[in-house]
Ligand binder design. Structure first.
Ligand code: CA
Length: 381
């Protein structure tokens, strides 16, 4: 398959930075979570209704029965929040250094070690069956859904229909919608259980519907390929099957920081002036899951960290404000020491840090721009 989980590039980034997955379920579904953001509830939209009327015959021609369509579309609708997330996500570009800080945060490493302890037997059985590293499978699980915590609670039919109607990548999302309907047609799950991210990526390892159709497996042998439920077994095995079928070479490392005794391969430097990595063909197999160097390095590095390796040895250049990661960490600690809630102290300047800086600047009688600069750092020290 040469058009795999391409949405992972964006969905994965958002899961890393703003937890786009794991949004609360619609009100008509049982959920452990509280209120639904109002923009993630379906709203009446005449244009969408018209589009749906035109879509039905196309779905019928694709082999979807009228009964499946009726059941799937009965509760489906246009979800405005899906579109706003799609639009804003494109603009959020992080550096590799920031991406890796989030991907291998202390919190994610702790959760990953706990998850590997709990599911170690399962992961080892899957690794043995498919010849794919257990740590790599766990790392993908960690990046895609924070080890199952953020599997997504948006109905997949509504999400993919909304994106198909929106039109920017209409044919891609219509094919995902049709695939989702085929999954329902075969009775592999029900509309109320078929939940995912705003981009239609489903379950523990965020399979889009076409990837589910092509690669999902029933590893626990209960007769169902269940990537949605709390038990991650089928989803983790499905991810291993995906990597195996895309050419994973057993026993070969993904790569390593250049000069640290890793395997031979091609050298890349995804962030100018930053750490160099020497990568193997398995690096490119990870990229079939999400076609991004950042993502593949994050998977590989997180896998290494879960296997007991330490942080990267090299460093990255200062950011546009002349701040190194150490400077940004010091600035965040300075704000935290003054009582500000800046979220995780991770050296990544996000909305909470900027809001805290604006408040600090206002109280100090300074120009209020929320920028993390060396001057602000010296005032906070
Ligand atoms: Ca199963």
């Amino acid at each position: 398959m040469n058009y795999p989980n391409r949405r992972h590039l964006i969905a994965g980034l958002s899961a890393l930075s703003i937890a786009a997955c794991g949004v609360p379920a619609p009100a008509n579904q049982s959920s452990q979570q509280a209120a639904v953001p109002s923009d993630l509830l379906p709203v009446e939209n005449p244009g969408f209704r018209n589009w749906l009327a035109g879509f039905r015959p196309r779905a019928r021609r694709a082999g979807i029965s009228a009964a499946t369509l009726d059941a799937a579309l009965a509760g489906a609708g246009y979800v405005p929040g899906v579109i706003t997330r799609d639009r804003t996500q494109i603009q959020t570009r992080r550096t590799l250094e920031e991406y890796l800080s989030i991907a291998t945060s202390d919190e994610r490493l702790a959760k990953g070690r706990a998850a590997m302890a709990r599911y170690g037997t399962t992961l080892n059985a899957i690794a043995a069956r498919y010849g794919v590293s257990a740590h790599i499978i766990a790392a993908i699980w960690g990046l895609e859904s924070q080890f199952g915590e953020k599997r997504g609670n948006i109905p997949v039919i509504s999400a993919t229909a909304t994106l198909a109607y929106d039109g920017r990548r209409a044919s891609f999302y219509e094919s995902q919608l049709i695939a989702a309907l085929r999954i329902l047609e075969r009775g592999e799950t029900t509309p109320d259980r078929m939940l995912g991210s705003w981009a239609g990526a489903m379950g523990h390892t965020q399979f889009i519907p076409t990837s589910y159709e092509a690669f999902a497996v029933d590893f626990d042998g209960d007769g169902r390929r269940d990537v949605w439920g709390a038990d991650p077994t089928d989803a983790l095995a499905s991810t291993a099957a995906y990597l195996s079928r895309n050419g994973w070479r057993s026993g070969l490392k993904w790569g390593a920081e250049t000069g640290t005794g890793g395997p031979s391969g091609r050298t890349i430097q995804p962030q100018r002036g930053g750490v160099q990595f020497t990568v193997t063909r398995n690096f490119n197999v990870i990229k079939t899951y999400n076609n991004s160097d950042f993502y593949a390095i994050a998977v590989g590095h997180l896998a290494d960290r879960l296997g007991g390796a330490g942080p990267l040895r090299g460093s990255f250049p200062p950011d546009a404000n002349g701040m190194t990661r150490a400077d940004r960490l010091a600035l965040q600690r300075g704000l935290a020491a003054r009582g500000y809630d800046i979220g995780t102290v991770d050296g990544v300047i996000g909305g909470k840090t900027e809001a805290a800086l604006r408040d600090f600047q206002q109280r100090q009688g300074l120009p209020v721009d929320g920028r993390a600069t060396l001057e602000m750092l010296s005032r906070l020290r």
